[in-house]
Design a protein around this ligand. Structure first.
Ligand code: PMP
Length: 394
């Protein structure tokens, strides 16, 4: 008898041979500036805990209190079992924070993209998509069955070219871009993309997963950064990064939010996030509205780390945000670099193909407001030591 699953083992072995196998480390601590990783204390340069909220006492307390009042689970989809008022309250607060008419939450940012894209376009339509858009945008686009036309990364002139090349061949058009690109830490030129898409009467959507709580006034996101309020039709966000919890959000005009409550499939066919998630997110919105201190600290830390890394001779690529790639080239070198960093007490993941193109492997450092100056200096020393040992810097 043959083994129908043998091909999977062959594929897994190939990944290992190519240095592309994802070795997932085990954490035995909360997400904070330091972690216990595979039993050893290490500086955390991996998580998207931009503001240090994942383990913030206010969020933890809010989650504990709500469990006594609302229990732990929503037990069915909201449109069938009824929606808890706290979910509606979170959506109202998120809309207010972002300065939009309305917002609706999902189980994750990934689900938000799977919900909104097929709700806006279908077979007769076209999506104009930045070539480096996140996997969840690609999957949501494929689910929609709209034709997908890619434009060169962060390039409004190429967007214009692709739109013209497709003129007259579709019913509705939707332009989609990430706000902050998660692997390079660069920003979409959203003002110019808006100018092109509005000139052609297209819908515009931005996935601001890495921008929310990070860019814009007090972390209000990329639409605020470019002062495009009321102009971008759909803002997708996540509550799992700067907000420190879990969940996704779509924010924009009331009509879109109402449509998603009727036609967004992850809303209609999957349960909502749990009461403690919602309560913690509400506490995160409170904190962001009370003060910009955490966002300011995040940027101060990011600027310091990047400046010092460049002075050491490292290449931080296109980054203009707290996402700091250290460009290394080939995947085996990036993986070895990551292992050596771990030996020095620093947890920083290597990222290779297919997450980034072949030959563009890197270590991605995620800076947080929760890092102290001493933490950053510790990380810098480890990078300097490993970089010299492996011949990346002199
Ligand atoms: N969009 C982008 C741009 C992302 O970087 C991510 C997370 N990697 C997501 C969506 C998905 O967010 P979540 O983790 O909440 O599913």
């Amino acid at each position: 008898m043959t083994d129908q699953l043998q091909w999977i083992q062959t594929e897994l072995d190939t990944l290992k041979d190519q240095g592309l196998y994802n070795h997932i480390r085990t954490l035995a601590s909360p997400q904070g500036p330091w972690l216990v990783v595979d039993g050893k204390k290490a500086l955390n340069f991996c998580s998207n805990n931009y503001l240090g909220l994942a383990n913030h006492p206010r969020l933890v307390q809010a989650a504990k209190e709500i469990v006594d009042r609302y229990g732990v689970g929503p037990t069915a989809v909201r449109s069938i079992a009824g929606t808890m008022d706290i979910h509606l309250e979170l959506e109202r607060r998120l809309a207010q924070f972002k300065g939009v008419e309305a917002a609706v939450t999902f189980q994750s940012g990934f689900c938000a993209n799977l919900a909104v894209i097929p709700a806006l376009v279908s077979k007769e339509d076209v999506i104009f998509s930045d070539e480096l858009n996140h996997a969840s945008i690609i999957d949501g686009s494929r689910l929609s069955r709209a034709r997908i036309e890619r434009f060169a990364h962060a390039n409004p002139a190429d967007l214009e070219r692709v739109i013209r090349a497709n003129a007259g061949s579709y019913r509705r058009g939707l332009v989609i871009t990430d706000g902050v690109f998660s692997m390079d830490g660069d920003l979409a030129p959203l003002d110019e993309i808006y100018a092109v898409s509005s000139a052609h009467d297209l819908m515009l959507m931005v996935d601001d997963a890495h921008g929310e709580g990070v860019v814009g006034k007090g972390g209000r996101g990329i639409v605020d950064h470019f002062n495009l309020h009321g102009k971008v039709d759909v803002e997708v966000g996540t509550l799992s990064k700067a907000f420190g919890v879990v969940g996704g959000v779509v924010a924009g005009k009331s009509v879109i939010v109402e449509w998603l409550r009727q036609r967004g499939r992850p809303f209609l066919f999957s349960s909502a996030v749990t009461p403690p998630d919602v309560a913690a997110c509400l506490a995160a919105v409170d904190l962001l509205e009370e003060s910009t201190d955490l966002v300011d600290k995040l940027w101060e830390n990011s600027r310091y780390f990047k400046t010092e890394m460049k002075a050491l001779g490292f290449d931080t690529g296109l980054s203009v945000t707290p996402i700091t790639p250290i460009m290394l080239g080939e995947a085996p070198l990036a993986q070895q670099f990551s292992r050596e960093l771990y030996n020095e007490g620093v947890f920083a993941m290597a990222i290779g193909f297919p997450t980034v193109p072949q030959g563009k492997a890197r270590i991605r450092v995620m800076i947080s407001a929760s890092h102290s100056r001493d933490d950053l200096d510790y990380g810098l020393q480890a990078f300097a030591k490993v970089g010299r040992k492996l011949g990346v810097i002199r």
